[in-house]
Every structure is written in C-alpha cells, then in structure tokens.
Design a protein around this ligand. Structure first.
Ligand code: AMP
Length: 212
C-alpha cells in the first residue's frame, strides 16, 4: 500500500511512521530527512536547501521533486510518504507519477503542536529523537543510545515553528481537501497516546480489525 502521512509539524508523523514500518514493512520516506542527508553530505542541493530550511521556508519544488522521484521510483512493496506533498503543485506531481491508496491526516490543534515542537530534541550524532515533554533522555543532554550530545534542530526555534505552522495551513489545507474530495482521506485524532493513535490508523487502513 502507498500512503501519504499528513499533519502539522509536531503531530507525531515520524513516530507513527516508524510503528507502521514495523507492522507492515513499507518504506518510510521523509523529505525533511532526505534534505538533511543532503546537507550533511554537503551536496550542491543540500547547500541550496539549507538556506530555506533554516528560515522555516519550503525548499523550492524543483529540488524536492527530484529527491521524491528518486526515492519513490524504486519502491515496490509500498511506502509511507511523510512531509510531501505540502502544496497543490506537489500534490499534482505526486498524483501524476505515483499511485496513492490513502492519505492519513494526524489531526492536532496548533497550540499543542507548538508545545511539542518547542520541547523536541535529537541526538547530534545518531539522530535519535527525544521530546522533553514525553520522551526525555535518561541523563539530561546526553543520548541514551550513543552518548552523543542532545540538541535542538536549527529550525525548531519559535519564529521558524510559527512560520511552519502558518505555512502548513496556508499550503497544505488544499492538499487535505483534495484527498478528502477523492475519498482517500483518513482522519485520525493525534491528541491521544501514541499506541492509541497507531491502533486507530491500522484499523482505519483495514490492517487490524476493531475489537469486539
Ligand atoms: P520537516 O522535517 O518535515 O519538518 O521538514 C523540515 C524542512 O525541510 C521544512 O521546513 C522545509 O524547509 C523542508 N521540506 C521538507 N519537506 C518539504 C517539501 N515537501 N517541500 C518543500 N520543503 C520541504
């Protein structure tokens, strides 16, 4: 199955995608991570993308289309696409080139998303994710896995967070409406415990049956 995972930043897309991968074996493809890989490897595209990402702006479509095309064209077993499409043009590109079975929307109010994002951290070395609200490291500032330093992502500062949330509503709402109009949208309440959200996704995708 090919699905798109949509949600305001902080809605738990990454966490839910990882759980879905364990359950289904589908490949998790996230444009944010692909772009950060390019930055880490100092590719020409990475250097261009960084300028936009640090300001909380969207990276221009020509770069993002290229990385999405390369990442998706080799997938035969199904994928969970996370972070794309974020606007109408990206949606048109995706629907013209790839089959999408469902779009799963993780629904979370903005004030809750801001609280979660402000507390988000990750390990500088192994990239393990933490959240000071509900998934803190055992020792303050030190990664549980590799002992690396725990840092805030460069674009998780307050100004960039507010900008990204505003952009999400401006640009991604039409994408959500379009999936809904085509009867492909599955709406899930993201303000509940992680495993309840996962259960709701699996049930609504028809992978797990409802109890009783
Ligand atoms: P994320 O990890 O999804 O929060 O993405 C981090 C940043 O990567 C975003 O703020 C954008 O600058 C860039 N980015 C990720 N996905 C896209 C996309 N589909 N289109 C444009 N820029 C993107």
């Amino acid at each position: 199955m090919n699905i798109v995972l949509i949600g305001v930043q902080g809605s738990g897309k990454g966490t839910q995608a990882k759980l879905l991968v364990e359950k289904t074996g589908w490949k998790h493809i996230t444009t944010g991570d692909l772009l950060r890989d390019n930055i880490a490897q100092k590719t020409e595209m990475g250097m261009k993308a960084k300028e936009f990402m640090d300001k909380g702006e969207l990276v221009p479509d020509k770069y993002v289309f290229e990385i999405v095309r390369i990442a998706l064209q080799s997938q035969r077993e199904g994928f969970i696409l996370d972070g794309f499409p974020r606007n109408q043009k990206q949606l048109d590109f995706l629907r013209a080139n790839f089959n999408i079975d469902y779009a799963v929307l993780l629904d979370l109010p903005d004030d809750k998303a801001i609280r979660r994002l402000t507390a988000r951290r990750h390990c500088e070395d192994c990239k393990k994710d933490y959240n000071l609200l509900f998934k803190p490291p055992q020792v303050d500032g030190i990664c549980d896995v590799c002992g690396g330093k725990i840092v805030r992502r460069a674009d998780d500062n307050e100004m960039a967070i507010n900008k990204r949330i505003e952009k999400f509503h401006q640009e991604t709402n039409p994408v959500i409406e379009s999936f809904a109009a085509d009867d492909l949208l599955i709406r899930v309440d993201a303000d509940q415990p992680i495993m309840n959200i996962q259960k709701e996704i699996l049930t609504k995708l028809g992978i797990e049956k409802t109890e009783n």
